[in-house]
Design a protein around this ligand. Structure first.
Ligand code: BES
Ligand code: MN
Ligand code: ZN
Length: 495
């Protein structure tokens, strides 16, 4: 999809479809007013007759409005002006763009900068307009042999503004387009089935990203992982025929000596559970168990696309978790790269086993902060559902940064406790720790396991088990938390 900004008046702009807002109670936004005036009260008459819906999010399509240059006008309800929140703003944009696309228009001009939602600037609104549009136009249909020819889509979005636009707003649009492309990449990687999106495929994708954006990519193979002593990561790979990969991406947008932010993504390209085999129902969704990895690659696409002046390292341990005659068995004890030993009581708690070695590997970059991203626990879905990502941090400042970035970009996290009390649950009689802590607080004990490997730097853990993809009728990757990670990195460059 193509995005641009245009300084224009809503009644005069040549467009297949102009989108204007209407507040509850019948108060027009400036652009709605402009269209109404130019058409000698045409819209106002429709409104009086009750032909224009005024509820927040409701859309009305009006054709051939007299003395207006656009072929169609979509009026979208914004609710009460002083109650307009970011959530409503995004829903209004999404609904209006759907109505525009359904009308047959291939291009739309959206006057959303004047919809002053609480706590947003005009550039925030420009950014959200592009992100919502890009999310709505996303399709994953390249594996269907016939395309759906009834599927009407917008090819171009123009963000219209009656007032002059600043350089910041212009930049917000190009940055949002780069972020949109990173989100789409993460969605594609998540939606790809595990027979295509293998560890080797992820590594190849990282290499191509590196080539396109000119950053360094190294892929460590099994031999090198053995030499590094990644006994925990390697234990997960033992049941699979697919070779494991450990992907290292190094984007240097800032001065050499500036400490990097290290992003670590769980890259289980399929999680059967291993010998602790999962039940059959919905097991297909375990192709999404590499969504953490996908979010790291997606964030690199976004950050490199924006040429952000920051140093970022991406680490992705990638493998399959399969049962077989050579697979790790419950009760097996392995030695991690850190030297700590782990009793594997459940081979389905494999995410923490691959992440812990990556967290140890991260130390060599002398990181400013390390953030790991993982579809780690079903328990996190029970705790927070599909709204907030579970967030854990060993530092309050880092936690606050993630919370506020998530809120601003509408990719929210909720902080969970990392208290020592929970460490009791992962004690083992035979090794330094067990890889499971029983049913209570399953997301917390998983995080506590990781904390034992992340003591040497500011660290946060994002459990995206509930937020990385949607199940059911709109099954598909959400691309989260690429918006959160990118917003977090953008804010680090601003201050
Ligand atoms: N990838 C799963 C977590 C998961 C399950 C995410 C369902 C989203 C939906 C992870 O590897 C796993 O299997 N975790 C186990 C841990 C348990 C054995 C302690 C879980 O959550 O059941
Ligand atoms: Mn598992
Ligand atoms: Zn898993």
């Amino acid at each position: 999809m193509e995005f641009s900004l245009k300084h224009a008046s809503a009644d005069k702009v040549r467009s297949a479809c102009v989108i204007v807002g209407l507040y509850e109670g019948g108060k027009w936004t400036p652009s709605g007013e402009a269209v109404d005036k130019a058409s000698a009260g045409y819209l106002g008459n429709l409104l009086k007759r009750g032909d224009i819906k005024t509820k927040a999010g409701a859309c009305t399509l009006v054709h051939s409005v007299p003395d207006v240059s656009a072929a169609r006008i979509v009026v979208v309800g914004l609710g009460k002006p002083d109650e307009l929140k970011l959530k409503t703003l995004r829903e209004a944009i999404s609904g209006a763009l759907k109505a525009a696309a359904a009308s047959g228009a291939e291009e739309a001009t959206l006057f959303s900068l004047e919809w002053s939602a609480a706590g947003t600037s005009a550039s925030d609104r420009a950014m959200h307009s592009v992100l919502v549009a890009s999310d709505g136009e996303y399709r994953f249909d390249h594996l269907k042999s016939k395309k759906n020819d009834q599927d009407r889509r917008l090819k171009k979005l123009v963000i219209g503004a009656a007032t002059r636009l600043s350089a910041t707003e212009e930049r917000a649009v190009t940055q949002a387009a780069a972020l949109g492309s990173g989100i789409s990449l993460a969605k594609d990687l998540g939606n790809l089935p595990s027979n295509i999106c293998t560890p080797t495929y992820l590594a190849q994708c990282a290499r191509e990203l590196g080539k396109r954006h000119k950053f360094k990519v190294t892929v460590l193979e099994r031999k090198e992982l053995e030499k590094l002593g990644m006994g925990s990561f390697l234990s997960v790979t033992k049941g699979s025929q697919e070779p494991p990969k450990f992907i290292v991406m190094e984007y240097s947008g800032a001065r050499k000596k500036e400490k990097p932010v290290v992003l670590v993504g769980k890259g289980i390209t399929f999680d059967t559970g291993g010998i602790s085999l999962k039940p059959a129902a919905e097991m297909d969704e375990m192709k999404y168990d590499m969504s953490g990895a996908g979010s790291v690659l997606g964030t690199f696409e976004a950050v490199a696309g924006m040429k952000l002046p920051i140093n970022v390292v991406g680490l992705v341990p990638a493998c399959e978790n399969m049962p077989s005659g050579t697979a790790t068995k419950p009760g097996d004890i392995v030695t991690s790269m850190s030297g700590q030993t782990i009793e594997i009581l459940n081979t389905d708690a494999e995410g923490r086993l691959i992440l812990c070695d990556a967290l140890t590997y991260a130390e060599r970059f002398d990181p400013a902060a390390v953030i790991d991203i993982a579809t780690l626990t079903g328990a996190c879905v029970i705790a927070l559902g599909h709204v907030a990502t579970g967030m854990y941090a060993n530092q309050d400042d880092l936690s606050a940064e993630l919370e506020s970035a998530g809120h601003a970009i509408w990719d929210r996290v909720w902080r969970m406790p990392l208290w020592d009390d929970y460490q009791e649950q992962i004690k083992s009689p035979f090794a330094d720790m067990a890889n499971i802590g029983g049913r209570p607080a399953g997301s917390v004990t998983a995080a506590c396991f990781l904390a034992r490997f992340a003591g040497k730097y500011p660290w946060a853990h994002l459990d995206i088990a509930g937020t990385a993809w949607k199940s059911g009728r709109d099954k598909g990757s959400t691309g989260r938390p690429v918006p959160l990670l990118t917003a977090f990195l953008m804010r680090r460059t601003a201050g």
